[in-house]
Ligand binder design. Structure first.
Ligand code: GCU
Length: 348
């Protein structure tokens, strides 16, 4: 119910924007709409075609084609074929790529308020994160905050697992065990500061560059969910995986605002109505894929360590959480949402 009201309001706003953009022309501003051709949106993805977000993207294409009667579809490009996230997001901004899945920290480069959901140990459980990500109305101001100056609209946030540290040297139990290790993080200040507070040396880079950097010894390790660690073969070169459980960061489905505004109001609405289904496909596939990744990594000799002093890591990163959350009222509001969701969905 909440959703439809929100989407309706959003649609009215977008019609207005659309009209302004086409100088008052018809609402079907899309070049292909009505021409009988299908406009195929490129969806940039940095993981493999086995990942649930790939399946969600393919399904988005099928359903979008149905609901727009063939006016729009989607082709997913996996494995960073269109570039690493930090680069391809610029193409989204200029409209040459229409859709992408992106890790939350990359959005901090456009609006720092996104940081709240990327902080260590803020979500008590995946369910708490999922609860926040379905608060469409409350998230709408954040999700539309970079439309005007960056031409990017956030369509949805999804679960992207729980992140842990891994490296080629040894199991990590305490912050001291990370001392001197060079660890890859996602590209944002919060991620750099987080891993430094946890005890390591930070090295921000695209996900696709991490494997060779670890293989050649430039990096000692990284931090990620089991799925990415194993699918990108990091488990072969950094076999010590330790359950620090420091992050539950969302991935977001982004659309170029230019591409969105070029659709008719009805087609925009049809696309937005697909969001909950697409979120569900991406989220539901994750748990099964995680188990498969653990089984595969085990079969090639990876070592898991669940004897981790998470309280010590949590204490180390607390200053980052406090500084980031108390910066302004928007962030305090988002953090309140997280707290409410945590109370309703405690760690199991
Ligand atoms: C996860 C996440 C990606 C992100 C990647 C990374 O795999 O799903 O969106 O890019 O981590 O660490 O860069």
């Amino acid at each position: 119910m909440k959703m439809s009201k929100l989407l309706l309001t959003g649609a009215i706003g977008l019609v207005t924007l659309g009209l302004a953009a086409c100088g008052g022309g018809s609402s079907s501003g899309g070049s292909s709409a009505g021409s009988g051709e299908t406009k195929v949106f490129k969806l940039a993805f940095n993981q493999t075609d086995q990942h649930p977000q790939y399946a969600a993207g393919v399904e988005l294409g099928k359903r979008l084609e149905e609901v727009t009667e063939g006016r729009y579809s989607v082709k997913v490009y996996p494995n960073e074929q269109l570039g690493g996230q930090a680069d391809v997001i610029q193409n989204l901004s200029n409209g040459t790529v229409e859709l992408m899945w992106v890790g939350g920290p990359v959005l901090e480069g456009f609006n720092k308020d996104f940081v709240v959901f990327n902080l260590p140990y803020v979500f008590d459980s995946v369910d708490a994160q999922l609860a926040v990500l379905s608060e469409y109305e409350a998230l709408d101001p954040l999700f539309t905050s970079i439309e005007e100056n960056k031409q990017i609209t956030v369509l949805a946030g999804v679960n992207a697992g729980v992140r842990n540290v891994y490296n080629s040297k040894h199991a990590v139990r305490t912050p001291e065990d990370l001392n001197g290790l060079k660890i890859r993080v996602q590209q944002s200040d919060s991620q750099v500061r987080m891993i430094e507070l946890m005890g390591a040396v930070a090295s921000p880079m695209n996900n696709g560059e991490t494997y060779s950097a670890m293989q050649t010894g430039v990096l000692d390790g990284a931090e990620n969910n089991e799925v990415t660690w194993d699918a990108l073969k990091h488990s072969e070169v950094a076999k010590y995986y330790s359950y620090t459980r420091h992050l539950i960061i969302p991935d977001y489905l982004l659309i170029s605002t230019k591409a969105l505004n070029a659709m008719s109001a009805e087609d925009q609405q049809a696309l937005k109505d697909l969001v909950p289904e697409i979120q569900k496909i991406a989220n539901d596939g994750f748990a099964a894929f995680t188990q498969k990744s653990i089984d595969h990594a085990t079969s090639i000799g990876a070592q898991f360590n669940d004897d981790v002093d998470t309280a010590a890591f949590k204490a180390r990163v607390q200053p980052l959480v406090d500084e980031s959350v108390n910066e302004n009222d928007v962030r305090k509001g988002l953090y309140d949402l997280v707290q409410q969701a945590n109370a309703a969905n405690p760690a199991k």
